[in-house]
Ligand binder design. Sequence first.
Ligand SMILES: [Fe+2]
Ligand SMILES: [Fe+2]
Length: 159
Amino acid sequence: MGKQARAIVDLSLKELVRDLNKAYADEWLAYYLYWYMAQMVSGRAYEDIKEMLEKIAKDELEHATELADLIVKLGDAPLANPMELEKNANNAYLMPPKNTADINRIIRIVAEAEAGAIEVYSKLAKKTFGKDHVTYQLVTHILSEEVDHEEIFENLLER
Ligand SMILES: [Fe+2]
Ligand SMILES: [Fe+2]
């Protein structure tokens, strides 16, 4: 991002990058959690859940990539040390269930993670609205995907 592009950001760049890095950490934790549960899930109908977890894990990794790209554009760097991810995340890491066949528990964990993500991006959208158009556009794009994710899993719970 050039000088003028940064100059039109009507927010503290330092604070903005800190917020984006926190969301970046959330995305890696979500990716890891979903990917892990996709490998471990067992029991009846495990194949459907595995496929869904893998698909959504991919979306979370894409979100991490989009956030990293924006942080770099803003002249900064995403967290370099994976040990920093949990410490910097907005939400604590949700441990996958020990019982890998407990599909309802898996779905509840994902639904909770998605609800956390929706809150984070909704706050970021309010914070950047009219102040940083580029970040606003990215966070609302990610927000709309988190809304879809929550719905997919909530629908599974209601069945
Ligand atoms: Fe995400
Ligand atoms: Fe999500």
